[in-house]
Structures are given as structure tokens and as C-alpha cells.
Design a protein around this ligand. Structure first.
Ligand code: 13P
Length: 258
């Protein structure tokens, strides 16, 4: 147990489904009606849907005043302006989003998003009242070279420096080892717990109270058969689910594992 965990109220679990660029309106309807049909979502679990931009309005409408949460997968680092194709934090907020991913490894790798840009997006999200979910993780090569903590510390520190530690009181963190994303090769619960504890301790070194309350999600090949073992770890507060979130029944099982 880290210092940060003493004398803290238990953290709620958050299970988020990141569709990436998959799915359609029919899938959205199916998943939401599945989740809303079931009365048995555990009380301590919040479920967050992260569909692609065009489905956010429909999702907000279908969710209504029910207990599901809504967020986006990306946002612009600019507040507004001539940025064709971009979507602002205010627009997401107005559409009913409460959360937004920043720094997903696919954005970092495929769209060359730097630590500095990710930090900018984190700040702009919060300015619009959104909770950023800051994603961090090492590549397979970095993992093999035992650089996991170096990489995570760098990705985290860039945002602490830009946003200030106080900003983490209204943020969520996610550890997503790149080698585990979409590969079917999840980190073991022990491996993931070790990195999560490191992340929490890094925050605790600056602010123990925030470290104790911040949710740290695990992402990377979470499936119905490994979710419970991951979520039960001391410093794992839920998951960021890709592939399995595209199947209503699997996503439901993972939510129930929280
Ligand atoms: P998979 O669950 O498909 O590995 O994706 C994880 C992820 O990137 C969620 O953001």
C-alpha cells in the first residue's frame, strides 16, 4: 500500500468503452439499450461510452438522464478558430460529454502527438469543464528495454508541469501499454498493478491527497476473462476497453467485473 492510500475513501471504478473508429448507430443503440436494460450494474461502477464524434449527440439523447457517462476520443488543442476538421472542447461539452481521452497511444504514434500537445489538450479540456483521461504507456521495445517507468514518468510530468498538480483532482489517468493494445496480450494483473502503483506514487510525491483519490484505469486487451483479476488490484480503478467494447455482451460482463 502506498502512502497515498491511507485514510482514503474507496475510489469508484470506471469502465470506459473506447470504440476507436469502429461501429455505427445500430451498435450504439444496441450497447446502450443493453446497459440500460440490466438492473445489475454494480453500484460502485460507473460506465463511460467513448463513441466516435458523429454518434455523440445520439448517445447523449439515448442516455438521457440515466446513469451512463459520455465522452469523446479526442479534441482540438485550440479553443476555436479556422481549424478545419477539428472539434473543440466546448463543442464536446455542449454535446453532453463529460470526459475526453488525451494522449491515447494511437494519437501519439499515428498522429505524432507530442507530450506538449497532449498537455495542451488536457488543459483545454478542463477549461471547458471536461474531465481529461490522460493515457500513458510504453511501446513493446521500451518495455523490453525496461524503460516503462521512465516513459510513464516523462508523459505524466509533462502534464503536471503544464497543468499543475491541482488539475489532477478533476482528471483520470490510464495506463495502456502499447504492446497490449489490440494484441490479445494483456499485462498480467501483477505487472499492471506495479505500474499503477508507480503512477500513484509519482502523484503522491507531489500531492498525497490527489494521489489517493485519482482513478487510474488499465487498458490493453481487457476481456471478460481477465477483467476481474485486473480490477481487483489495489491501484487499478477500472478499465479502458477497446475491442471488447464493440460487443454488448462482453462489455457488459467487463462492467460487471468492476
Ligand atoms: P484493446 O482493448 O482492443 O486492446 O484496446 C485498448 C485501448 O486502446 C482502449 O483505449
Amino acid at each position: 500500500m502506498t502512502n497515498a492510500q491511507q485514510d482514503q475513501a474507496p475510489r469508484r471504478q470506471l469502465v470506459a468503452g473506447n470504440w476507436k473508429m469502429h461501429g455505427n448507430a445500430a451498435l450504439l443503440r444496441n450497447i446502450i439499450s443493453n446497459l440500460l436494460d440490466k438492473e445489475d450494474l454494480p453500484e460502485q461502477v460507473d460506465v463511460l461510452l467513448l463513441p466516435p464524434f458523429p454518434y455523440l449527440s445520439l448517445a447523449a439523447e439515448l442516455i438521457g438522464d440515466q446513469r451512463l457517462l459520455l465522452g469523446a476520443q479526442n479534441l482540438s488543442e485550440h479553443e476555436q478558430g479556422a481549424y478545419t476538421g477539428e472539434v473543440s472542447a466546448d463543442m464536446l461539452s455542449e454535446t453532453g460529454c463529460g470526459y475526453v481521452l488525451v494522449g491515447h497511444s494511437e494519437r501519439r504514434e499515428l498522429y505524432a502527438e507530442s507530450d506538449a500537445l497532449v498537455a495542451e489538450k488536457f488543459v483545454i479540456a478542463q477549461r471547458a469543464g471536461l474531465r481529461p483521461i490522460l493515457c500513458m504507456g510504453e511501446t513493446a521495445e521500451q518495455h523490453e528495454r525496461e524503460l516503462t517507468e521512465v516513459i510513464i514518468a516523462r508523459q505524466l510530468q509533462a502534464v503536471i508541469d503544464r497543468a499543475g498538480i491541482g488539475a489532477f483532482a478533476t482528471a483520470v489517468l490510464a495506463y495502456e501499454p502499447v504492446w497490449a493494445i489490440g494484441t490479445g496480450k494483456s499485462a498480467s494483473p501483477e505487472q499492471a498493478q506495479q505500474v499503477h502503483a508507480f503512477i500513484r506514487q509519482t502523484i503522491a510525491d507531489v500531492d498525497a491527497r490527489i494521489a489517493g483519490q485519482i482513478q487510474i484505469l488499465y487498458g490493453g486487451s481487457v476481456k471478460p476473462d481477465n477483467a476481474a483479476d485486473l480490477f481487483v488490484q489495489t491501484d487499478i480503478d477500472g478499465g479502458l476497453i477497446g475491442g471488447a467494447a464493440l460487443h454488448a455482451d462482453q462489455f457488459m460482463e467487463i462492467c460487471n467485473a468492476g
